[in-house]
Design a protein around this ligand. Structure first.
Ligand SMILES: Cc1cc2nc3c(=O)[nH]c(=O)nc-3n(C[C@H](O)[C@H](O)[C@H](O)COP(=O)(O)OP(=O)(O)OC[C@H]3O[C@@H](n4cnc5c(N)ncnc54)[C@H](O)[C@@H]3O)c2cc1C
Length: 415
């Protein structure tokens, strides 16, 4: 039986383990803390299949400057991290040429197009089909002007097959009576879905792959080793070496460090996001709502109403600044009156974000024994099952149904 070692037991690593097991591989998972917190636990729970606009296009014009000037606005860079962000920002600038937008949008849409059915296959296998709610998502605008400014983004999505329809003020009130009556326009994306609780998916998936025979090794992976042509291995901090026929790096925002140990460059940043979960306010909304001007979302999870967003670049080790969670909650009070804030829980997580908004999926160019599955940014939950199934094809030596060229780690050579 072929043996796969997966580094990282977040949603991407666990999904990859699930997919490999379905194809008859023995799997060993390595994680420094199987029960610990991770991006995959506290995210907004959206299966955001409509999101194919690259970060570089979304942030065009003067908007990012305005955001940066607001200390608790949607975008922040910690001054001590500014230097560390240089190569990543330079690459973001490079891909901000209009000729790249269509290429990136197409590549995101190619994954998103199959993301929901792939995710449903995974949920069915682990017995969590009922945790998925296919109720669409509403993007709401306080002003017509903001909607007009966003029209090109919607057109960009439409050009890539994304379905949506305009929702007027009266229908919005019927669909979401819990919202303050201040919105002038809304857009419904019917194909969007949300789940009950991202942590529950991770926990049940972990138990599932373990029950299917996966071995779990706790430890910090410090480097990848290329053991000749027949095997690959992972060196752990305690000196242990874990060998397999193939190794998949799915270590979220920490993955670039591991790729570097075999001389491969990936531009990856931790784009930190914040939220607050209100356990007694889950029923305030019927579906996920995206507040367009303020760039945050609210999702009615089974564990509470989760209000979050923000993009903070502060590196992997800086302490969380929960004032960001508070700032988002303050905004939510305006849009969702009389929220029950008892037992509110604040959270911060590291989105693994590349400058071109595309994940890294595919084989290393140093060795076909090493594969990558990281860098999913805002869409890791959405694209985890698809990533895992595509990698499953590579493990079997089959050509995946999606061309993986745009997601190759090779692309960072030119950035
Ligand atoms: C506020 C917020 C909201 C979000 N909302 C959504 C959403 O609605 N929909 C969506 O699709 N996505 C969303 N995301 C993004 C999504 O959460 C991430 O893209 C996804 O969780 C990344 O999963 P991962 O498995 O790659 O990484 P992680 O969940 O970070 O897992 C990485 C794992 O690797 C382990 N690890 C790292 N380095 C090592 C090492 N050297 N040795 C051993 N183990 C290691 C860690 O312990 C961890 O378990 C959101 C993110 C945030 C922060």
């Amino acid at each position: 039986m072929p043996h796969l070692v997966v580094v990282g037991a977040g949603i991407v690593g666990l999904s990859t383990a699930w997919s490999a097991q379905r194809r008859g591989w023995k799997v060993t998972l390595v994680d420094r803390d199987f029960e610990g917190d991770r991006a995959s636990h506290g995210n907004a729970g959206g299966i955001a299949v409509t999101e194919c606009v690259p970060l570089s296009l979304a942030g065009m014009g003067l908007k990012p400057l305005r955001w940066l000037l607001d200390p608790l606005g949607p975008l922040a860079i910690r001054p001590v991290h500014a230097l560390g962000l240089f190569s990543w920002s330079r690459a973001l600038y490079k891909v901000s040429e209009p000729k790249n937008f269509a290429r990136i949008g197409d590549a995101l849409a190619a994954l998103n197009r199959r993301a929901l059915p792939d995710f449903e296959t995974l949920l069915a296998d682990i017995g969590l089909t009922a945790d998925l709610h296919k109720r669409g998502a509403l993007t709401v605008y306080e002003t017509r002007k903001a909607f007009e400014e966003d029209k090109s983004s919607w057109q960009f999505k439409k050009d890539r097959g994304v379905r949506f329809r305009l929702v007027g003020v009266d229908e919005l009130r019927e669909l979401e009576p819990g919202l303050a009556p201040i919105f002038q326009q809304a857009v419904m994306a019917e194909d969007w879905a949300h789940i009950n609780d991202p942590k529950r998916i991770v926990d049940v998936l972990r138990q599932h792959v373990q029950a299917q025979g996966a071995e779990f090794i706790s430890g910090e992976a410090v480097s990848l080793l290329l053991d000749g042509r027949d095997a690959a291995a992972v060196q752990l901090g305690d000196g242990q070496t874990v060998r397999g026929d193939k190794v998949i790096v799915a270590a979220g925002a920490w993955s670039a460090r591991l790729a570097k140990t075999i001389g491969e460059r990936a531009l990856l940043e931790s784009e930190r996001g914040y939220n607050t979960t209100l356990p007694h306010s889950a029923t305030r909304l019927n579906r996920e709502v995206i507040f367009a001007e303020r760039m945050f979302v609210a999702t009615p999870l089974s564990i509470g109403l989760r209000i979050g967003g923000a993009a903070e670049f502060a590196g992997l080790d800086a302490p969380a600044n929960y004032k960001r969670s508070e700032a988002l909650l303050e905004l939510a009070r305006r849009y969702l009156p009389s929220l029950d804030e008892h037992d509110a829980q604040q959270w911060m997580g590291n989105r693994p974000t590349t400058p071109d908004s595309l994940p890294v999926i595919g084989t290393s160019f140093k060795s076909d024994r090493v594969l990558y599955a990281f860098g999913h940014g805002h869409l890791g939950l959405t694209q985890a099952a698809t990533t895992a199934l595509l990698l499953g094809d590579l493990l079997e030596g089959r050509r995946p149904p999606v061309d993986l060229t745009p997601y190759s780690i090779k692309r960072f050579k030119g950035l």
